[in-house]
Design a protein around this ligand. Sequence first.
Ligand code: AHM
Ligand code: MG
Length: 332
Amino acid sequence: MKKLITIERHFVEEQKRNPHATGELTDLLYDVAFAAKLVRREVVRAGLVDIIGMAGTTNVQGEEVKKLDLFANDKIINAIGQHGRFAIMGSEENEGTIVPPKNESGKYVLLFDPLDGSSNIDVNVSVGTIFSIYRLTGSNPQKADINDCLQKGMHQVAAGYVIYGSSVVMVYSSGHGVHGFTYDPTIGEFLLSHENITTPKNGKYYSINEGSLNQFHDHTTAYINYLKEEDKATGRPYSTRYIGSLVADFHRNLLTGGIFVYPATKTHPDGKLRLMYEANPLAFICEQAGGKATDGNRRILDIDPLQLHQRTPLYIGSEDDVLKAESFIKNT
Ligand code: AHM
Ligand code: MG
């Protein structure tokens, strides 16, 4: 039987491997894993909404029932913010930055999307939490501001996501490979299930919302048509897989190989997805696993952010597939 390694044990072992580690990052990641457990507890009860009350109503305990994404947002801010390890935070659900309940000794910045794909919850489709951790640019937590949040993705010290699916899995990287943990509800622990994830150099799946075809630029349409052609040598045609829940689409392609594309369109020149909350953390994971992430021209992690909620086109996944997609942008 395989040895059971809890997420806590794994973080401690990782810390021992780095002689300069102070243990702070271990604590931060553990806080994130703990917050994920709180969110999971609610997500798995989502189907009971008719029984326990719709968002905006009052439940049997006399508490107001919140939409799950707002609930997840509050839980993460409170669970993570109370330890004082983060000086400043940013969430896809909040317009501006968030000063955590305690931040006097915080040295880090947390950016997160509390429940991505939350429109899928009502139909029991997987959703996810995405997170990104940076060091504070200065040394005084009281002076932390939006500029601490607007760092290039390449400066992330750790990033990851939690997928609430057929099982709950947390995937993270602190720059030393990508590791995945599956939640065992019987013991309340995340257990190491995917050690050192590497993504295939090319895949067999492509994920894009083809319903927007009329809005696509010619190069996007040409690339999709290329993927549909028959050619045994290059493994075409590729199969379409699109859940419409980024974490779920990304996670599948990370493990099986393939490409996820949310392109610039004629009506949305910056695409839909957010640089700071979605593209950067997934790009960090993807590169750590040997894949590639670009906006079609530039490496995602090199983009200098100007706004917290900035959007970016996203091409992410197996290296050869992303390079091929880019060649269509250059040559069409
Ligand atoms: P959200 O942050 O409002 O949940 O939107 C992000 C989601 C992603 O999970 C998913 O990849 C994308 O929106 C799907 O968009 P579309 O319905 O346009 O294909
Ligand atoms: Mg989102």
